[in-house]
Design a protein around this ligand. Structure first.
Ligand code: DX5
Ligand code: ZN
Length: 223
């Protein structure tokens, strides 16, 4: 599958007291990104399954759950009704454990994603990309919205793109953290398919216009 251009607004940057209204402001979003934080894997707490479920019931958009939690083996399968469930490689014992959890998620009826923090290499995943529907490359340290994009992670994106294309895989590459019009274009040139954007979408006067601008910038920069 050739490189995609999918924009995923992150509700972490939305008004938690007005989530349904905020979601309705981005009707043209390709995906909706849902950040679950447990205050253990990352030093912040967002929300868990009940809030995520409430969001899912209010949207027809494909739901993309990003679990920044310890012990994903215990919790990730509970999100099987969502479109995609991504957990962190750093939260499981090793790549074999990640492959096993991905298989569990797929068997439960959802897509399975694996995420890496900025300092975690992707080489150990390269021989296992067919076992994941998505690789999420964090372009900030996970835990908080509104941080600056780290361009040094684009080397990992290029390595993933090269291998995915060489092997003819459908695995998507997602980037998360500090994404706006300019950084989406840089990311597109490196090979990203899915662009998570929080503070550059919600909180702006016209969130849908921001989504469209990010999509146009990314599509224009695909190699
Ligand atoms: C951060 C989250 C992101 C966050 C991105 O740990 O995973 O999804 O919402 O926020 P921005 O786009 O503001 O960097
Ligand atoms: Zn996220």
């Amino acid at each position: 599958m050739s490189q995609q251009t999918l924009i995923a607004p992150s509700i972490l940057a939305a008004d938690f007291a007005d989530l349904a209204a905020n979601i309705a402001e981005v009707p043209g979003a390709d995906w909706l990104h849902i950040d679950v934080m447990d205050n253990h894997f990352v030093p912040n707490l967002s929300f868990g399954l009940p809030v995520a479920e409430a969001v899912r019931r209010r949207t027809e958009t494909f739901t993309d759950v990003h679990l920044m939690i310890e012990n994903p083996e215990r919790w990730a399968p509970e999100y099987a009704a969502f479109g995609n469930v991504t957990f962190h490689l750093e939260a499981v014992a090793d790549v074999d454990a990640a492959v096993a959890l991905a298989a569990t998620l797929r068997a439960a009826g959802t897509r399975a994603g694996i995420s890496v923090k900025p300092g975690t290499p992707v080489e150990p995943l390269l021989d296992h990309l067919a076992d994941f529907d998505l690789v999420l490359v964090m372009s900030v340290e996970p835990g908080f919205g509104g941080q600056s994009f780290m361009p040094e992670v684009l080397g990992k994106v290029r390595a993933l793109r090269t291998r995915i294309d060489a092997d003819g895989l459908n695995t998507l590459i997602e980037i998360d953290g500090g994404i706006g019009v300019e950084t989406a274009a840089e990311s597109a040139a490196a090979g990203v398919d899915v662009y998570v954007a929080g503070s550059s979408v919600f909180g702006k006067d016209d969130p849908q216009a921001q989504v469209d601008a990010i999509r146009a910038a990314a599509a224009g920069a695909v190699a």
